[in-house]
Ligand binder design. Structure first.
Ligand code: DON
Length: 615
């Protein structure tokens, strides 16, 4: 116990802490409420914290992109909150401590497992049905007598004044950067509507869940070296695109240990605490967003804000070997693309090929190419475009696609696609599990790092640049090199296609894995590889998270590999005819795994400041 505690909270674990804990236990017996608040105070250390990468615990855990956010989530679990309470508090804390991607001005998706007292496995093939949701009604899926799988869509949507060609000049050519930075790049934010939709499954009052975020914004926290680098790299863009100078602009470089205080954001969060979702979509915050739009020639209106709704969708559920995979349906491409890739892989003897072997990488690359070709052609918001989901995931279609895999390198041909721009990627994923077996997997984003780079004047939060995820013109690549067609063309009120793939793996109806990652179009391939690494190659959770990943997305026709990817395998792939390109890190994968003895293993990616905390 002492060892576990000291590993999780090395700075807290002192003689003083021991005395305080004993005193706390005594008080706890006398006064449950006081015990809760003591626990919360002990957990949060905004001016001095470490970055724990792994937690091996018995009750509950949170993995997120920032140690303070993970601590906030666990302290909520310790105060009697369930996985949904913890996820809400973690998400809100991320909006403060991780401004590059944590957000209230963006959007995202949640996949969750609501545990019941008894469980039974989902039937094979249930996914075809599950992926067909078309309406906005609540459609959670049942995987056992009392358990439920939930998919929540709080993706941004195009403002009512958006038009199909809004990022093209008079000659019909894309205007450089218009969909990526500045006021026009922003979709109508969905995060706050999402948080209140999540609240339906939570237990604690919202005021309690948002308070840690308010405190972190009001009193500040010290930033990590990574955050300092992020902020410094965006200074030019901040100055360029803001109509009111934000707190993120600094005369001298940010450095590790500087304190970031966000008074305007604290004020906005208090409005949300006191007025609910209306504290964002109406009143003072809405007024500030509209004034910002007016100053920057943006097109989001009061009606756009008031009209935004988070939508519960039928989750995409399908079998992989003996497991049930629960993931996000459209408007995330994740459900279809992950199902296609895993179904193509299901009957291959991948384990015998070996992790990172030429044979395995060749096969998985071709599977990725095939799935991403369909993504570009067919996938978009089903509320606006008829997507043949059933066909795309049907066994006959999967067999016909498998038959196309050549013995050597395949070829994606024609359309010229752009180069991925990893430097500006910023999304964030969090996993939570609680003592009752409820699990939450949330990926949320501003799209690029710091979104459209615009901080709403007086309100203190960044807006997203999610409009770039639409296909602004058929065949023109977005900032992740993804191309699209009519299915993902811009239309008023439409949600732009996403790759975000929050995923839960069930074993006999109980949570086995909670998985997700940021990384633009690499998200779905990273989730695919993480699952295959664990379920087929038998890698440890840490290896599945941290060992090198690769990515192919049909166009551009290249295999992107991380720097540590095997040079021998690279060379053999080149001999087979592949173009292999090294790039920066791929994703920041977070995984929670439930061990056979029911202990919880939570692992945070070593590629960033991501932290795993539990109790
Ligand atoms: O929804 C999507 O697929 C993208 N907007 C996600 C962007 C992203 O993951 C950037 N981060 N690393």
């Amino acid at each position: 116990m002492r060892q576990t505690l000291s590993r999780l909270f090395p700075r807290l674990f002192s003689r003083f802490f021991l005395y305080a804990a004993v005193a706390g236990l005594f008080l706890c017996a006398a006064n449950l409420f006081l015990c809760s608040s003591l626990t919360a105070q002990q957990a949060l250390t905004p001016y001095s914290y470490s970055i724990p990468k792994k937690a091996l615990v018995s009750h509950g855990a949170v993995v997120s992109a920032h140690p303070l956010a993970s601590q906030v989530g666990v302290s909520i679990l310790q105060q009697g909150g369930n996985a949904f309470d913890a996820a809400i508090a973690t998400q809100l804390a991320l909006a403060v401590v991780y401004p590059a991607a944590g957000n209230i001005g963006g959007g995202g998706f949640m996949v969750a497992h609501l545990a019941g007292p008894t469980h039974s496995p989902v039937k094979s093939g249930a996914g075809t049905k599950g992926a067909t949701a078309k309406t906005a009604s609540a459609k959670s899926a049942t995987t056992g007598p009392n358990s439920r799988e939930i998919a929540l869509d709080f993706r941004e949507r195009a403002p009512a004044a958006a038009t199909r060609d809004m990022y093209l000049d008079a000659a019909g050519n894309p205007v450089q950067g218009l969909s990526e930075s500045g006021h026009l790049a922003s979709g109508v934010p969905g995060t706050i509507a999402g948080l209140f939709a999540e609240l339906k499954y939570a237990k604690l009052p919202f005021a309690k869940l948002i308070q840690p975020a308010i405190d972190l914004a009001e009193n500040g926290f010290v930033i990590t070296a990574g955050e300092a680098r992020n902020l410094n790299s965006a200074q030019g863009a901040f100055k360029n695109y803001n109509t009111v100078q934000p707190v993120f602009v600094k005369a001298v470089d940010w450095k590790k240990g500087d304190t970031l205080v966000q008074k305007d954001l604290a004020k906005t969060l208090r409005l949300i605490r006191d007025k609910g979702a209306k504290g964002f979509y109406e009143g003072e915050t809405a007024r500030l967003i509209l004034e910002e739009m007016h100053r920057g020639k943006g097109i989001i209106t009061a009606a756009d804000l008031q009209g935004y709704k988070a939508i519960e969708r039928t989750p995409s559920i399908f079998s992989y070997k003996n497991y049930s995979i629960v993931t996000m349906p459209l408007p995330s491409s994740g459900g279809v693309v992950l199902q296609q890739m895993l179904k193509m892989a299901e009957d291959q003897p991948l384990a015998s090929y070996g992790f990172e072997s030429v044979k395995a990488v060749h096969f998985m690359t071709e599977v990725e190419r095939l799935a991403y070709a369909d993504r570009a052609q067919y996938l978009g918001d089903r509320d606006f475009y008829s997507v043949p989901v059933d066909t795309l995931v049907s066994p006959a279609y999967i067999r016909s696609r498998l038959a196309l895999i050549p013995a050597r390198a395949g070829n994606s041909r024609d359309i010229k696609a752009g180069v991925l721009s990893p430097a500006s990627e910023e999304t964030t994923h969090l996993d939570v599990i609680d003592a009752k077996g409820n699990a939450v997997s949330i990926t949320t984003t501003l799209n690029g790092g710091f979104g459209n780079k615009v901080v709403v004047g007086g309100a203190g939060f960044f807006l997203n640049n999610e409009m770039d995820d639409f296909s602004i013109k058929p065949g023109v690549p977005n900032m992740y090199g993804a191309v699209g067609t009519e299915a993902n063309a811009i239309a008023p009120g439409k949600r732009m296609l996403s790759s975000m793939s929050p995923t839960i793996v069930l074993d006999k109806g109980k949570v086995y894995l909670v998985v997700g990652t940021p990384g633009g179009t690499t998200i779905t391939t990273s989730v695919f590889q993480t699952l295959v690494d664990i379920l087929d190659f038998g890698l440890s959770t840490e290896d599945a998270v941290n060992l090198p990943k690769f990515h192919h997305q049909w166009l551009p026709d290249e295999i992107f590999v991380e720097p540590a990817f095997s040079t021998t395998t690279r060379d053999s792939l080149k001999v087979m005819g592949y173009t292999v390109a090294q790039r920066g890190s791929i994703g920041r994968t977070e995984v929670i795994k439930v061990l056979p003895d029911q202990r919880i293993e939570a692992v945070a990616d070593s590629r960033g400041d991501d932290a795993a905390v539990g109790y």
